[in-house]
Design a protein around this ligand. Structure first.
Ligand code: MN
Length: 351
C-alpha cells in the first residue's frame, strides 16, 4: 500500500447543457469543469472535479485550472493518511477558489480509500446506501416550466426545485406546476432575487393556495442576514440559506443569529473540510440540511453522493446537474433509478 503523493494532473473539460439553464442571477449554457488526479507513489490514484460557478462564487475555469496546477505542488510528497493536515493546508491555499479545494480534498480521500480498499462513502460513515434527489426547473416561459415539471414528475422525481425571479411569475409558475404534479413538494429557489417583504408576499400567496413548499431557498441577498431572519420569522415555510454559506464561519453566524431553518451545503462552496464542520454544527444546533450542486458532471456529483449518503445528514438532496448535461462524464460512483441514487462499490468505479 502506498500513501505518498507523487504527482497531480489537472484537466479541463467542457460540458454543454441540454438546454440553457436560467436562474435569477443569469443563464448557463455550458459547464466548464476541472478534473484533478492525485497519483500516489505506487500509481494508485484518486480523482476529483471542480465545477466553478462565476455567478455564485466569482470563480472562473481559468483561475481554478491555473490555481490547481500551481498550488497543488506544495502537497507533493505528503501522506494522504494525514488527510486532516492536508485539509488544513488546502483550506488556506485554496481559500479564494473553493471549488478547487473541493476537488483536491475529494481526490485525496479517493486515493486514500482506494489504497485502503474502501470507498469515500464508507470513509464518510456509510450511513445510507442510497439517497433521493430532486430535479430542477429553470426560469422560462410559464408554459414551458409547467411542461418541464410534468416531465420531471413522470420520470419519478418526487421533489421538484423551481427557480423564481419575481413575485408575479414566481407565484404563477409554482402554483401551475403544483396543479399538474400532485402538489408533490417544492423547493422554491430565488437565488437572492427578493427583498424580505417581497419574499414573504410570495410565500403567503403560495401558502393561501395550499402549495406544498418544502423550502424557500435563498430568498434575499446573501449578505442580508436581517432579511433572511425576517423571512424566517414571517414566512409560513422553512427558509434555507445557499449563497449566504460558503465557509463554516458563515454557517455559524447564520445559526447564531437565528436566520435559518436549513442550510444548503455545496461541496463547491465549502470543500469537504468545511462541509464536515457545517454538518456537525447544524446537527448540534437543530438546523436542517440540504445538499446542492453547481454544474458537476457525474464525477463531481459522485463526491456529493458519497458525502451525503456517507454522513446520512441531509433531508433534501439537489444533485441533478449531471442530468442536465448533453453528454455526461462516464466516470461515476453511483447508479440512478428514477430519483434514487445508489452508491457503487470500489470494483465498479474508475480506480
Ligand atoms: Mn440555490
Amino acid at each position: 500500500m502506498a500513501f505518498k503523493i507523487q504527482a497531480f494532473e489537472v484537466t479541463r473539460k467542457t460540458y454543454e447543457y441540454s438546454k440553457p439553464f436560467k436562474i435569477s442571477l443569469g443563464a448557463h449554457y455550458e459547464s466548464v469543469n476541472i478534473e484533478v488526479k492525485v497519483v500516489l507513489d505506487d500509481g494508485t490514484y484518486g480523482l476529483g472535479e471542480a465545477s466553478p460557478s462565476f455567478l455564485i462564487s466569482s470563480e472562473t475555469p481559468s483561475i481554478v485550472e491555473t490555481g490547481l496546477k500551481e498550488l497543488c505542488q506544495s502537497l507533493v510528497g505528503k501522506d494522504v493518511r494525514n488527510y486532516r493536515a492536508l485539509f488544513n493546508e488546502t483550506d488556506t491555499i485554496f481559500k479564494a477558489i473553493p471549488s478547487a479545494k473541493a476537488a483536491v480534498q475529494y481526490a485525496i480521500i479517493d486515493a486514500l480509500t482506494t489504497s485502503l480498499g474502501i470507498t469515500p462513502f464508507e470513509f464518510f460513515g456509510g450511513a445510507k446506501g442510497s439517497i433521493f434527489t430532486d430535479k430542477t426547473v429553470g426560469i422560462g416561459e410559464i408554459e414551458d416550466m409547467v411542461e418541464e415539471a410534468k416531465k420531471i414528475y413522470s420520470e419519478g422525481f418526487r421533489t421538484i426545485k423551481i427557480k423564481v425571479e419575481s413575485i408575479e411569475t414566481g407565484v404563477e409558475s409554482v402554483e401551475k406546476i403544483a396543479e399538474v404534479t400532485n402538489n408533490t413538494g417544492y423547493i422554491v429557489d430565488a437565488n437572492q432575487a427578493f427583498k424580505a417583504k417581497e419574499a414573504i408576499e410570495l410565500a403567503n400567496k403560495l401558502y393561501i393556495k395550499g402549495v406544498n413548499v418544502l423550502l424557500l431557498e435563498q430568498p434575499v441577498h446573501r449578505k442580508d442576514y436581517d432579511g433572511l431572519k425576517l423571512v424566517r420569522q414571517s414566512s409560513p415555510y422553512p427558509v434555507a440559506a445557499d449563497e449566504s454559506v460558503f465557509e463554516k464561519y458563515d454557517a455559524f453566524k447564520l445559526i447564531q443569529n437565528g436566520c435559518v431553518d436549513y442550510i444548503n451545503i455545496k461541496l463547491m462552496k465549502s470543500g469537504l473540510s468545511d462541509a464536515l464542520a457545517i454538518v456537525e454544527m447544524a446537527k448540534s444546533a437543530g438546523v436542517g440540511l440540504m445538499i446542492g450542486c453547481m454544474g458537476e458532471s457525474s464525477l463531481g456529483i459522485t463526491q456529493s453522493v458519497d458525502f451525503a449518503a456517507g454522513t446520512g445528514a441531509f433531508t433534501y438532496h439537489d444533485l441533478d446537474s449531471s442530468l442536465m448535461l448533453k453528454e455526461d462524464n462516464p466516470l461515476k460512483g453511483f447508479e440512478r433509478e428514477k430519483n434514487e441514487l445508489r452508491i457503487l462499490g470500489r470494483d465498479k468505479r474508475w480506480n
